[in-house]
Design a protein around this ligand. Structure first.
Ligand code: ADP
Length: 247
């Protein structure tokens, strides 16, 4: 099978004449962790919004698994397995951690939300929900009320609820933002762990995280791709050093 899972050609987004994303050709390889980096305003978030059809591109195309998905609706794109963490991370603060993951599983399995759903049906989701929590080191927090979780653990729960949707391509928007060292290390390791068997595209500012887990890095600046390659390649790219690293 072709090793390209997602490919954009000439992806462009203009906001009333301002070009936020300018002819971006992006190729994400199946099974890799791909980081999108660049200074503030580079167009990273807009790219994510285009890939999930939160925004429609002004021009250009998006192919997923060889199929042109440019004209599809967000729900169709999610059904194909492109899942962005924040879209479904609206975790319910007053439910337990386990209940939140179960809701993610309910969405995936199509088990409806009727409140007279039998306890037995809901209980059938406990085991897969616990397995997901174990994957993100939240097993011990299963019965905690979500609002009481420390911040780093809440972000891990977002990843678990994303995993519940069985993403083939998982989009993570700054997964370590605002965390202390310990949480950054933990979340970095868990991203590495859950990347097995799936593809991850992440926007990430922390260069330690990027250098330790990203297989490929795309550097955006002013809406255009400045460089692409491994960390070693992009970090010594003259245009990147000048425009991004500030040297
Ligand atoms: P990044 O995520 O890399 O910081 P963004 O994609 O958020 O960058 O923004 C890229 C540029 O597009 C910025 O200059 C931003 O102000 C502009 N932009 C983003 N969204 C809109 C919008 N809805 N309307 C007008 N300009 C926007």
């Amino acid at each position: 099978m072709d090793d390209t899972i997602l490919e954009t050609k000439g992806l462009t987004k203009e906001f009333r004449g301002f070009v936020a994303v300018n002819g971006v050709d992006l190729r994400i390889k199946r099974g890799e962790i791909h980081a999108l980096i660049g200074p503030n305003g580079a167009g990273k978030t807009t790219c994510f919004n285009l890939l999930t059809k939160f925004l429609s591109p002004t021009s250009g195309s998006i192919k997923f698994n060889g199929v042109d998905i440019t004209g599809e609706r967000p729900s169709q794109i999610a059904r194909r397995g492109i899942i962005r963490s924040f879209q479904i991370s609206a975790v319910f603060p007053h439910l337990t951690v386990l209940e939140n993951v179960r809701i993610g599983l309910q969405r995936k399995t199509g088990l409806s939300f009727h409140f007279w759903k039998s306890d037995r049906q809901l209980a059938s989701l406990n085991e897969p929900a616990r397995a997901l929590l174990d994957q993100v080191d939240l097993g011990a927090f299963a019965n905690e009320t979500t609002v009481n979780l420390p911040y780093g653990r809440k972000r891990a729960l977002e990843i678990a609820t994303t995993l519940a949707m069985e993403p083939e391509l998982m989009l993570l928007d700054e997964p370590t933002q605002g965390m202390g060292h310990e949480d950054v290390d933990r979340v970095t390791q868990l991203i590495k762990r859950v990347s097995a068997g799936r593809t991850i595209l992440m926007v990430e500012h922390n260069m330690n995280v990027v250098s330790s887990i990203a297989d490929t890095i795309t550097v955006l600046a002013r809406g255009s791709v400045l460089a692409e390659g491994s960390y070693a390649e992009v970090s010594r790219h003259p245009a990147v050093m000048q425009a991004y690293m500030g040297t």
